[in-house]
Write a protein that binds this ligand. Structure first.
Ligand SMILES: Nc1ncnc2c1ncn2[C@@H]1O[C@H](COP(=O)(O)OP(=O)(O)OP(=O)(O)O)[C@@H](O)[C@H]1O
Ligand SMILES: [Mg+2]
Length: 311
Protein backbone atom coordinates (compact mmCIF):
# COMPACT_ATOMS: atom_id res chain seq x y z
CA UNK A 1 0.00 0.00 0.00
CA UNK A 2 1.36 3.44 -0.89
CA UNK A 3 -0.01 6.81 0.12
CA UNK A 4 -0.25 9.44 -2.57
CA UNK A 5 2.42 12.11 -2.21
CA UNK A 6 1.46 15.79 -2.00
CA UNK A 7 0.88 17.35 -5.41
CA UNK A 8 4.07 17.59 -7.46
CA UNK A 9 6.17 15.04 -5.53
CA UNK A 10 7.77 12.18 -7.43
CA UNK A 11 6.61 8.72 -6.30
CA UNK A 12 8.42 5.49 -5.51
CA UNK A 13 6.93 4.03 -8.72
CA UNK A 14 8.58 6.89 -10.69
CA UNK A 15 12.01 5.57 -9.61
CA UNK A 16 13.46 3.42 -12.43
CA UNK A 17 13.31 -0.31 -11.69
CA UNK A 18 17.13 -0.79 -11.67
CA UNK A 19 17.48 1.73 -8.83
CA UNK A 20 14.56 0.26 -6.89
CA UNK A 21 16.14 -3.20 -7.24
CA UNK A 22 19.54 -1.85 -6.19
CA UNK A 23 18.04 -0.31 -3.08
CA UNK A 24 16.11 -3.45 -2.11
CA UNK A 25 19.21 -5.60 -2.65
CA UNK A 26 21.45 -3.32 -0.61
CA UNK A 27 18.94 -2.87 2.18
CA UNK A 28 18.39 -6.65 2.19
CA UNK A 29 14.61 -6.77 1.97
CA UNK A 30 11.83 -5.72 -0.38
CA UNK A 31 9.83 -2.50 -0.03
CA UNK A 32 6.29 -3.20 1.16
CA UNK A 33 5.05 0.30 1.97
CA UNK A 34 5.90 3.87 0.95
CA UNK A 35 4.65 6.90 2.85
CA UNK A 36 5.34 10.44 1.69
CA UNK A 37 5.11 12.84 4.63
CA UNK A 38 3.28 16.10 4.18
CA UNK A 39 5.40 19.24 4.35
CA UNK A 40 8.22 20.77 2.38
CA UNK A 41 8.11 22.40 -1.01
CA UNK A 42 10.29 20.16 -3.15
CA UNK A 43 9.27 17.95 -6.09
CA UNK A 44 11.63 15.01 -5.58
CA UNK A 45 10.78 11.66 -4.03
CA UNK A 46 11.12 12.08 -0.24
CA UNK A 47 9.48 9.14 1.48
CA UNK A 48 9.61 6.59 4.27
CA UNK A 49 10.09 3.06 2.98
CA UNK A 50 8.95 0.08 5.04
CA UNK A 51 10.67 -3.20 4.20
CA UNK A 52 9.23 -6.72 4.38
CA UNK A 53 11.29 -7.36 7.53
CA UNK A 54 9.73 -4.33 9.24
CA UNK A 55 12.72 -1.95 9.12
CA UNK A 56 12.14 1.58 7.86
CA UNK A 57 14.38 3.98 5.96
CA UNK A 58 13.94 7.49 4.60
CA UNK A 59 14.84 8.05 0.96
CA UNK A 60 15.34 11.13 -1.17
CA UNK A 61 15.69 10.49 -4.90
CA UNK A 62 15.54 12.32 -8.23
CA UNK A 63 16.96 12.04 -11.74
CA UNK A 64 20.70 12.64 -11.55
CA UNK A 65 20.53 15.76 -13.74
CA UNK A 66 17.80 17.28 -11.53
CA UNK A 67 19.32 20.13 -9.48
CA UNK A 68 17.82 18.50 -6.36
CA UNK A 69 20.25 15.58 -6.80
CA UNK A 70 23.25 17.78 -6.06
CA UNK A 71 21.35 19.07 -3.01
CA UNK A 72 20.68 15.47 -1.94
CA UNK A 73 24.34 14.53 -2.42
CA UNK A 74 25.34 17.55 -0.38
CA UNK A 75 22.91 16.46 2.34
CA UNK A 76 24.37 12.94 2.27
CA UNK A 77 27.91 14.33 2.70
CA UNK A 78 26.76 16.56 5.55
CA UNK A 79 24.96 13.72 7.37
CA UNK A 80 28.10 11.63 7.00
CA UNK A 81 30.29 14.32 8.58
CA UNK A 82 28.25 15.80 11.44
CA UNK A 83 29.73 15.15 14.89
CA UNK A 84 28.21 12.31 16.87
CA UNK A 85 25.45 13.64 19.06
CA UNK A 86 24.38 16.21 16.46
CA UNK A 87 20.58 16.37 16.14
CA UNK A 88 20.51 14.67 12.73
CA UNK A 89 19.67 11.20 11.37
CA UNK A 90 22.52 8.94 10.23
CA UNK A 91 23.39 8.54 6.56
CA UNK A 92 22.73 4.96 5.41
CA UNK A 93 24.00 5.12 1.82
CA UNK A 94 24.04 6.79 -1.60
CA UNK A 95 23.06 4.85 -4.73
CA UNK A 96 23.11 5.61 -8.45
CA UNK A 97 21.37 3.60 -11.19
CA UNK A 98 19.55 4.30 -14.45
CA UNK A 99 20.49 8.00 -14.32
CA UNK A 100 18.83 8.48 -10.93
CA UNK A 101 20.43 9.06 -7.55
CA UNK A 102 19.02 8.07 -4.16
CA UNK A 103 20.22 9.05 -0.70
CA UNK A 104 19.10 6.68 2.05
CA UNK A 105 18.83 8.09 5.58
CA UNK A 106 17.93 6.55 8.95
CA UNK A 107 14.20 6.82 9.55
CA UNK A 108 12.87 9.02 12.34
CA UNK A 109 9.52 8.26 13.83
CA UNK A 110 7.26 11.02 15.05
CA UNK A 111 5.51 14.28 14.18
CA UNK A 112 6.98 17.65 13.39
CA UNK A 113 7.69 19.59 16.58
CA UNK A 114 5.05 21.93 17.92
CA UNK A 115 6.46 25.46 17.90
CA UNK A 116 3.60 26.93 19.97
CA UNK A 117 4.18 28.35 23.47
CA UNK A 118 2.17 25.44 24.94
CA UNK A 119 4.84 22.95 23.85
CA UNK A 120 8.24 22.19 25.34
CA UNK A 121 9.61 21.63 21.81
CA UNK A 122 10.82 25.23 21.28
CA UNK A 123 12.92 25.01 24.45
CA UNK A 124 14.46 21.76 23.23
CA UNK A 125 15.16 23.18 19.76
CA UNK A 126 16.82 26.27 21.22
CA UNK A 127 18.97 24.11 23.50
CA UNK A 128 19.99 22.02 20.48
CA UNK A 129 20.92 25.18 18.58
CA UNK A 130 23.06 26.30 21.48
CA UNK A 131 24.80 22.92 21.54
CA UNK A 132 25.33 22.83 17.76
CA UNK A 133 26.72 26.37 17.52
CA UNK A 134 28.67 26.73 20.76
CA UNK A 135 31.95 25.54 19.24
CA UNK A 136 33.51 25.59 15.75
CA UNK A 137 32.35 22.93 13.27
CA UNK A 138 34.60 19.86 13.15
CA UNK A 139 37.05 19.59 10.23
CA UNK A 140 35.14 16.76 8.49
CA UNK A 141 31.99 18.86 8.38
CA UNK A 142 33.85 21.97 7.21
CA UNK A 143 35.40 19.90 4.40
CA UNK A 144 32.00 18.44 3.42
CA UNK A 145 30.42 21.88 2.99
CA UNK A 146 33.52 23.66 1.65
CA UNK A 147 32.39 23.81 -1.98
CA UNK A 148 28.84 24.91 -1.19
CA UNK A 149 28.18 28.64 -1.05
CA UNK A 150 26.04 29.77 1.86
CA UNK A 151 22.47 30.43 0.75
CA UNK A 152 21.95 32.61 3.80
CA UNK A 153 24.93 34.83 2.95
CA UNK A 154 23.32 35.84 -0.37
CA UNK A 155 19.89 36.74 0.99
CA UNK A 156 18.59 40.23 0.29
CA UNK A 157 15.46 41.93 -0.94
CA UNK A 158 15.05 45.44 0.47
CA UNK A 159 17.60 46.76 -2.04
CA UNK A 160 15.44 45.50 -4.92
CA UNK A 161 12.25 46.91 -3.39
CA UNK A 162 14.00 50.23 -2.76
CA UNK A 163 15.16 50.47 -6.38
CA UNK A 164 11.64 49.91 -7.65
CA UNK A 165 9.05 50.20 -4.88
CA UNK A 166 5.86 48.29 -5.77
CA UNK A 167 2.65 50.35 -5.94
CA UNK A 168 0.99 48.34 -3.20
CA UNK A 169 3.90 48.44 -0.72
CA UNK A 170 2.52 49.05 2.77
CA UNK A 171 3.10 52.72 3.76
CA UNK A 172 5.03 51.84 6.94
CA UNK A 173 7.38 49.58 4.93
CA UNK A 174 7.82 52.20 2.20
CA UNK A 175 8.69 54.72 4.87
CA UNK A 176 11.45 52.45 6.27
CA UNK A 177 12.86 51.11 2.97
CA UNK A 178 16.11 53.09 3.18
CA UNK A 179 16.79 51.96 6.73
CA UNK A 180 15.93 48.33 5.92
CA UNK A 181 18.15 48.31 2.83
CA UNK A 182 21.00 49.78 4.86
CA UNK A 183 20.68 47.14 7.60
CA UNK A 184 20.56 44.39 5.00
CA UNK A 185 23.60 45.78 3.17
CA UNK A 186 25.73 45.07 6.25
CA UNK A 187 24.89 41.35 6.14
CA UNK A 188 27.31 40.02 3.43
CA UNK A 189 30.25 41.43 5.42
CA UNK A 190 29.07 39.67 8.59
CA UNK A 191 27.89 36.39 7.03
CA UNK A 192 31.08 34.40 7.56
CA UNK A 193 31.84 32.07 10.44
CA UNK A 194 33.02 28.64 11.47
CA UNK A 195 29.85 27.24 13.03
CA UNK A 196 27.51 24.51 11.77
CA UNK A 197 24.54 26.14 10.02
CA UNK A 198 21.53 23.99 9.07
CA UNK A 199 20.30 26.77 6.80
CA UNK A 200 16.62 25.81 6.47
CA UNK A 201 15.33 25.30 9.97
CA UNK A 202 11.53 25.16 9.97
CA UNK A 203 9.11 22.86 11.81
CA UNK A 204 8.69 20.76 8.66
CA UNK A 205 12.47 20.20 8.59
CA UNK A 206 12.43 18.71 12.10
CA UNK A 207 10.96 15.48 13.43
CA UNK A 208 10.21 14.83 17.11
CA UNK A 209 11.45 11.26 17.11
CA UNK A 210 9.89 9.04 19.79
CA UNK A 211 13.33 7.94 20.99
CA UNK A 212 15.73 10.75 20.08
CA UNK A 213 13.52 13.79 20.69
CA UNK A 214 13.60 16.70 18.25
CA UNK A 215 15.96 15.98 15.37
CA UNK A 216 16.78 18.27 12.44
CA UNK A 217 16.27 16.85 8.92
CA UNK A 218 16.73 18.22 5.39
CA UNK A 219 20.37 19.28 5.72
CA UNK A 220 20.53 20.12 1.99
CA UNK A 221 21.39 23.77 2.68
CA UNK A 222 23.94 23.18 5.43
CA UNK A 223 27.07 25.35 5.46
CA UNK A 224 29.39 26.99 7.92
CA UNK A 225 28.63 30.52 9.06
CA UNK A 226 27.99 32.71 12.07
CA UNK A 227 26.17 31.08 14.99
CA UNK A 228 23.11 33.32 14.65
CA UNK A 229 21.69 32.10 11.34
CA UNK A 230 19.46 29.23 12.48
CA UNK A 231 18.25 30.94 15.67
CA UNK A 232 17.32 34.12 13.75
CA UNK A 233 15.53 32.09 11.04
CA UNK A 234 13.52 30.29 13.68
CA UNK A 235 12.47 33.43 15.54
CA UNK A 236 9.76 34.66 13.10
CA UNK A 237 8.38 31.12 12.96
CA UNK A 238 8.00 31.12 16.73
CA UNK A 239 6.01 34.35 16.44
CA UNK A 240 3.80 32.79 13.76
CA UNK A 241 3.27 29.85 16.13
CA UNK A 242 1.88 32.14 18.82
CA UNK A 243 4.84 33.40 20.86
CA UNK A 244 4.70 37.08 21.76
CA UNK A 245 6.91 39.60 20.05
CA UNK A 246 8.24 40.53 23.48
CA UNK A 247 9.27 36.95 24.30
CA UNK A 248 11.02 36.40 20.98
CA UNK A 249 12.77 39.77 21.15
CA UNK A 250 14.06 38.72 24.57
CA UNK A 251 15.01 35.32 23.20
CA UNK A 252 17.23 36.87 20.51
CA UNK A 253 18.74 39.19 23.12
CA UNK A 254 19.64 36.26 25.38
CA UNK A 255 20.24 33.11 23.32
CA UNK A 256 24.00 32.45 23.08
CA UNK A 257 23.83 32.03 19.29
CA UNK A 258 22.49 35.56 18.82
CA UNK A 259 23.53 37.42 22.00
CA UNK A 260 27.19 36.95 21.14
CA UNK A 261 26.80 38.80 17.83
CA UNK A 262 23.83 41.20 17.91
CA UNK A 263 25.02 43.14 14.87
CA UNK A 264 25.14 40.06 12.63
CA UNK A 265 21.82 38.87 14.07
CA UNK A 266 20.09 42.15 13.19
CA UNK A 267 21.69 42.33 9.74
CA UNK A 268 20.66 38.74 8.98
CA UNK A 269 17.11 39.32 10.21
CA UNK A 270 16.92 42.34 7.87
CA UNK A 271 18.29 40.34 4.91
CA UNK A 272 16.01 37.36 5.56
CA UNK A 273 12.95 39.56 5.94
CA UNK A 274 13.84 41.43 2.76
CA UNK A 275 14.23 38.13 0.92
CA UNK A 276 10.82 36.92 2.15
CA UNK A 277 9.12 40.25 1.45
CA UNK A 278 10.43 40.44 -2.10
CA UNK A 279 9.89 36.75 -2.92
CA UNK A 280 6.35 36.67 -1.54
CA UNK A 281 5.46 39.03 -4.41
CA UNK A 282 6.87 36.79 -7.17
CA UNK A 283 4.84 34.17 -9.07
CA UNK A 284 4.99 30.76 -7.34
CA UNK A 285 7.54 28.39 -8.89
CA UNK A 286 5.98 25.31 -10.50
CA UNK A 287 5.47 22.32 -8.21
CA UNK A 288 5.30 24.38 -5.00
CA UNK A 289 2.19 24.96 -2.97
CA UNK A 290 1.94 27.35 -0.07
CA UNK A 291 5.48 28.74 -0.49
CA UNK A 292 4.45 32.33 -1.28
CA UNK A 293 1.85 32.45 1.51
CA UNK A 294 4.48 31.17 3.97
CA UNK A 295 6.96 33.84 2.81
CA UNK A 296 4.32 36.53 3.18
CA UNK A 297 3.50 35.56 6.77
CA UNK A 298 7.16 35.05 7.66
CA UNK A 299 8.05 38.48 6.22
CA UNK A 300 5.37 40.15 8.36
CA UNK A 301 6.57 38.41 11.54
CA UNK A 302 10.22 39.10 10.71
CA UNK A 303 9.55 42.79 10.12
CA UNK A 304 7.70 43.10 13.43
CA UNK A 305 10.63 41.46 15.18
CA UNK A 306 13.12 43.72 13.47
CA UNK A 307 11.06 46.76 14.55
CA UNK A 308 10.99 45.54 18.14
CA UNK A 309 14.72 44.84 18.11
CA UNK A 310 15.55 48.31 16.84
CA UNK A 311 13.15 50.20 19.13
N1 LIG B 1 14.99 10.81 8.26
C1 LIG B 1 13.67 11.04 8.23
N2 LIG B 1 12.81 10.19 8.82
C2 LIG B 1 11.47 10.42 8.79
N3 LIG B 1 10.91 11.47 8.17
C3 LIG B 1 11.71 12.34 7.56
C4 LIG B 1 13.14 12.17 7.55
N4 LIG B 1 13.67 13.20 6.87
C5 LIG B 1 12.65 13.96 6.46
N5 LIG B 1 11.47 13.46 6.87
C6 LIG B 1 10.13 14.00 6.59
O1 LIG B 1 9.98 14.14 5.19
C7 LIG B 1 9.70 15.49 4.83
C8 LIG B 1 10.44 15.82 3.54
O2 LIG B 1 11.84 15.61 3.78
P1 LIG B 1 12.91 16.72 3.42
O3 LIG B 1 12.49 17.98 4.07
O4 LIG B 1 14.24 16.19 3.76
O5 LIG B 1 12.70 16.76 1.86
P2 LIG B 1 12.84 17.92 0.80
O6 LIG B 1 12.23 17.48 -0.45
O7 LIG B 1 14.26 18.34 0.76
O8 LIG B 1 12.03 19.04 1.48
P3 LIG B 1 11.84 20.51 1.00
O9 LIG B 1 10.68 20.38 0.12
O10 LIG B 1 11.62 21.19 2.31
O11 LIG B 1 13.06 20.98 0.31
C9 LIG B 1 10.12 16.31 6.03
O12 LIG B 1 9.31 17.45 6.11
C10 LIG B 1 9.88 15.37 7.18
O13 LIG B 1 8.51 15.40 7.54
MG1 LIG C 1 12.20 19.89 3.84
Amino acid sequence: MSSLPPVGRLRWTDVPAPLRTRLETTLGSSVTDVVTPAGGFGHQLAAALTLADGRRFFIKAAPTEDPLTSANLHEGAVLGSLPSGAPAPDLVGVHHAADWTAVVIAHLDGPHPDLSPASSDPRQILALLDKVTSSPAPAAYTAAVASTPSGAAGLHGWDVLLANPPEDLEPDVRHRLHELAELEAAWPGLAHGDRIVHGDLRADNMVRDHERGVTFVDWAHATTGPACIDAVSLAPQLILAGHTLKDITRLLDNHPATATDPQASTAFLAALTGHWHRNARLPAPPGTSGLRAYQHHAATAGLALLGSRLS
